[in-house]
Design a binder for this molecule. Structure first.
Ligand code: SAM
Length: 318
């Protein structure tokens, strides 16, 4: 359905930016991947997130939030960005919890407490750019005989050019780079809203030093638990994600007056949360089958996801 809509749009206006393509593919109000009836998460969907590993993930994150709450006991609320199936609700409900989803809910004007986002940033649409001879050219999407393909445009201008001058210098020549202008916009919103408290992002990503691992960018599509580098195929039916550039996020957050409290693996954060009682609380169950299930979840969180996922904890005024 979206293939037709996008092809018509391209026929009418000419090539569209990759950002517009990804935004339509994921968030078209009727046919966007995250707006359709079909549930993208879990065994019958296309991918798992840490939030599907309950109760272990929820209990350990709640313990982490308790510690943050202890540092500002007066007023403390939790806002979750990109809450998906709202799997964290029952673990965060003891604080005033607000879930924000694409097309549902709004960022409060004032926040005292925590903004939490698990795999939120990787789902934001990005601009795609090719670096050639030290110059950046925006990559757009054209349609040709029923297939979408990339076309390169002139040198970038405006906000995109400013972003790349700051954050694209280490990109390899000839390579593809994603520009995360939407993530920067979210930092602006959070900077205006968070009066006192924390921002905790969990996601897969890389630092500037690790960029060499991704000379052709990090865009990937997911369908039925299979990853595919072709992100132009079947828009609306597959997830499209990119890795989060954490160095950029850290630099931009600091510029907005946030303090970087932690940048580490998810495993480290979960180990800190579970260490005081050796994970007894999260593993405890009367039922041996359930206890074994929980041990499996902890193992996946610590040794599977825990090593690839990163945590960025920002604070302000605490
Ligand atoms: C990969 S999913 C993660 C969902 C959930 N946090 C989890 O870990 O299972 C990303 C989520 O972010 C949401 N999202 C993307 N852009 C958004 C926006 N601008 N505002 C609110 N939610 C958004 C998507 O709809 C999607 O549910």
């Amino acid at each position: 359905m979206l293939t037709g809509i996008l092809a018509e749009e391209i026929a009418r206006r000419g090539p569209i930016s990759f950002h517009e393509f990804q935004h339509t593919a994921l968030y078209h109000p009727e046919h966007g991947y995250y707006r359709r009836e079909r549930d993208p998460f879990g065994a019958r969907g296309d991918f798992y997130t840490a939030e599907q590993l309950q109760p272990v993930f929820g209990l350990l994150m709640a313990r982490t939030v308790e510690r943050l709450h202890e540092r500002m006991p007066a007023r403390f609320e939790v806002v979750e960005l990109g809450a998906g199936r709202e799997e964290m609700r029952s673990y965060f409900e003891r604080w005033s919890y607000q879930a924000i989803e694409s097309g549902r809910g709004q960022l409060p004007a004032e926040i005292h407490g925590l903004v939490f986002g698990n795999e939120f940033l990787d789902a934001l649409p990005v601009h795609l750019v090719r670096k050639k001879g030290g110059h950046f050219h925006e990559v757009s999407v054209a349609g040709y005989e029923g297939k979408f393909q990339y076309v390169e445009g002139p040198c970038v201008k405006g906000k995109l050019a400013e972003y790349l001058a700051k954050h694209g210098q280490h990109a390899p020549d000839g390579g593809l780079v994603e520009a995360h202008l939407d993530a920067v916009q979210w930092l602006d919103r959070l900077s205006a809203a968070v009066k006192q408290g924390f921002v905790l992002f969990i996601d897969y990503g890389f630092t500037e030093r690790e960029r060499v691992r991704f000379p052709q960018g990090t865009l990937m599509s997911y369908w039925r638990h299979q990853a595919d580098e072709d992100v132009l195929c079947k828009p609306g039916e597959r997830d499209i994600t990119s890795h989060v550039p954490f160095t950029m996020l850290i630099d931009e957050a600091k510029e907005r007056g946030f303090l970087v409290e932690r940048y580490e693996s998810l495993a480290q954060l979960l180990l800190d949360a579970g260490e005081p009682d050796q994970f007894a609380n999260v593993l405890e169950s009367q039922n041996e089958q359930e206890a074994a299930r929980r041990r499996g979840q902890l193992k996946t969180l610590l040794y599977g996801m825990g090593e690839t996922f990163r945590v960025l904890l920002l604070s302000r005024g605490v």
